[in-house]
Design a protein around this ligand. Structure first.
Ligand code: PNS
Length: 159
């Protein structure tokens, strides 16, 4: 049984993230989506909020679970007996950093990282851009799943 670990900040989850998770769910027996609790940037949504949003968005995929971690990803991979880390690649600009991280993770624990190319229509999508555009009043309706859109609208209006 091969289990995939899909880590990320998911602040907030986008349709690009869900595309990668859905394709993992079709390939691997189990998929653990892992929310990093303290991303390098100050998050808009708390870890609990990001976890709840992902649970709602992934509810139709029975082999997908949502978890969270602090510290090193490879330690979490070991604790959860994950076989492979999976990351989405949008463009060549992602590649350098993702390759570096995958090689460091391999050095630390021997774990394999696999990359899934993002759907072209989501190639320009990032959580940071979504937050910036929504914060400035632009429409992101077609780029994020419905539960995230509701949460983002509420958060932007609150501020
Ligand atoms: O969604 P992101 O921001 O691209 O996710 C990056 C993430 C969370 C996968 C990465 O920052 C990470 O693995 N953080 C945990 C700390 C760690 O293990 N650092 C060493 C990576 S080589």
């Amino acid at each position: 049984m091969t289990s995939a670990l899909v880590p990320g900040s998911f602040d907030p989850p986008t349709k690009g993230h869900l595309d990668v998770i859905e394709r993992c769910a079709a390939i691997f027996e189990t998929v653990l989506v892992a929310v990093v609790r303290n991303p390098s940037k100050d998050p808009l949504f708390s870890a609990e909020e990001r976890i709840e949003l992902l649970k709602e968005c992934c509810a139709n995929w029975p082999n997908v679970e949502i978890g969270s971690f602090d510290g090193l990803l490879v330690d979490y991979a070991r604790q959860t007996r994950s076989d492979v880390i999976v990351k989405g690649l949008r463009a060549i600009t992602d590649f350098d950093y993702e390759l570096q991280m995958s090689q460091m993770n391999r050095h630390l624990s021997g774990i394999v990282t696999m990359f899934i190319a993002t759907k072209p229509e989501y190639g320009y999508l990032s959580s940071s851009l979504i937050k910036q555009v929504a914060g400035l009043g632009g429409s992101v309706d077609s780029l994020i799943p419905a539960p995230v859109l509701d949460a983002l609208k509420a958060r932007v209006h609150d501020d």
